[in-house]
Design a protein. Structure first.
Length: 255
């Protein structure tokens, strides 16, 4: 099982443009399509077809066609496919490279936008340009996305995050990341909250509060999620019976 990296690195060399990455995904398999992660970039995700459950910090949103989900900088976010088809357009951008003035203000966008015709119109134009793949496509898409971002700032910026609060949030995520990596590596073993609290150098009660507030579920729930993902992989190997799979996945431990 690969270690979970809660922090996602957006590498400059894979960006479609200087300051953003644009892609369309089409998935149907039930399960986490995107594991919980965070990054300094802002992420726009527009549902083109189907539905999915989006986790943004402690909030879960069931989004359908025409909905726009926005993960602000350093928001912990994930996408869970319900088994129904999900086709989405994802735009990830670095605010500082788009506008240093706006970046300094640490704007927070509204997380969930539904049935906004202005947003839909821009998304449809962007998708059409991506399909055409003409020489001018990148330039036109860039212009459309810049304008969309400006409209979102104008109509859907809800608050401004103080720099100290932004730094505090990032530090907390980095500390939680250490715990998640440990849980991933030891999910088949007995995992005590006391040990996890020790990794974060906080009391057990404070750890539980921080974990649930950041990840959106209790430590026990998260470990069970890891075990549920590990069991099908062991089953595919064809080496173990059901009792052995349950033991190797950690289900013999009910801590």
């Amino acid at each position: 099982m690969q270690p979970i990296e809660l922090y996602e690195v957006i590498r400059p060399e894979i960006l479609s443009f200087e300051c953003m990455h644009v892609t369309i995904h089409d998935v149907q398999k039930q399960g986490y399509y995107t594991e919980p992660h965070w990054h300094e970039h802002v992420e726009l995700l527009y549902v083109l077809e189907g539905e999915a459950l989006f986790g943004i910090n402690q909030t879960e949103i069931c989004a359908h066609k025409g909905d726009l989900i926005i993960a602000n900088s350093n928001d912990l976010h994930s996408i869970y496919c319900t088994g129904k088809r999900l086709k989405d357009l994802v735009i990830i951008f670095e605010m500082e490279k788009i506008s240093k003035t706006l970046a300094k203000e640490n704007i927070l966008f509204q997380t969930y936008i539904s049935n906004d015709q202005m947003v839909t119109d821009y998304i449809e134009k962007i998708c059409k340009e991506l399909e055409d793949e003409k020489a001018e496509t990148q330039l036109l898409c860039k212009g459309l996305i810049y304008t969309l971002i400006a409209e979102l700032v104008r109509h859907y910026s809800i608050s401004f995050l103080e720099k100290k609060d932004s730094i505090k949030r990032e530090k907390r995520l980095k500390r939680i990341n250490v715990v998640l990596e440990y849980m991933d590596s030891h999910c088949a073993e007995s995992i005590e909250n006391a040990k996890l609290a020790e990794l974060m150098h906080v009391s057990e009660n404070h750890f539980y509060y921080l974990f649930k507030e950041t990840v959106g579920m209790s430590p026990r729930q998260y470990v069970n999620e890891l075990r549920l993902k590990k069991a099908p992989n062991l089953l595919k190997e064809g080496k173990y019976n059901l009792t052995e799979i349950a033991s190797r996945a950690g289900f013999s431990d009910y801590n």
